[in-house]
Design a protein around this ligand. Structure first.
Ligand code: FES
Length: 80
């Protein structure tokens, strides 16, 4: 059974993404390279979420790992 994701931080990570590029959003909350996966999910039963940036720009990626709109922040950190 998968472990629960950890709250990496109770606010989003503001990152610059490049349109058309693939990224791996850390879903487990254990990566030392937030908000991206660094392989630390090994053994947790959790996997990163692969996504392609639709456009180049600055985005708020979820840091609390409780978002209902992954990989983006949806404000869920206000209630964790
Ligand atoms: Fe968290 Fe890979 S390190 S999903």
């Amino acid at each position: 059974m998968a472990e629960d994701p950890k709250v990496a931080q109770k606010s989003p990570y503001q990152v610059d993404l490049e349109g058309g590029k693939d990224y791996y959003w850390c879903r487990c909350g254990r990566s030392a390279n937030q908000p991206f996966c660094d392989g630390s999910h090994k053994g947790t039963g959790l996997e990163p979420m692969a996504f392609k940036a639709e456009s180049t720009g600055t985005f708020n990626l979820c840091g609390c790992k409780q978002t209902d709109d992954p990989p983006f922040c949806d404000g869920s950190h206000n209630i964790v």
